[in-house]
Write a protein of this length. Sequence first.
Length: 144
Amino acid sequence: MTRIDFYTHAADKVQVACRLTLKAREQGLRVLIYTPDRSLAERIDKLLWTTPAIGFVPHCRADDRLAGVTPVIIGHAVEAPPHDEVLLNLRPETPPFFSRFQRVIEIIGHDAEDSEAGRSRYRFYRDRGYEIRHHKLGGDVPDQ
């Protein structure tokens, strides 16, 4: 069954997403970063070129011809995910294909709208019996 991790109180969701992606890659995991729009996908794409500051996270867009062999995929209009390891959801709604992944990461920021959307996704997963882990961010990025 899919493991769900909620990271709450994120000061900068995009920075947290990039750092969690780096941690997953350090563990040899493939990641799909699911964004709400092209603009955020482009922002994350640029940030991953410098995350970490002296390194690089190999990534491409979901519509790239190399998506099937690239460890990190960024997309906002994904219909058939190229792998099933880690889904990092940055959308306000629950992804329709989340259950095919081994792990789902949800990042919740400080604003009221984002918090309410996060609560809704939390209830959705909980009501279907998924194991949920909660990580409260204190300032930066967690160890997991």
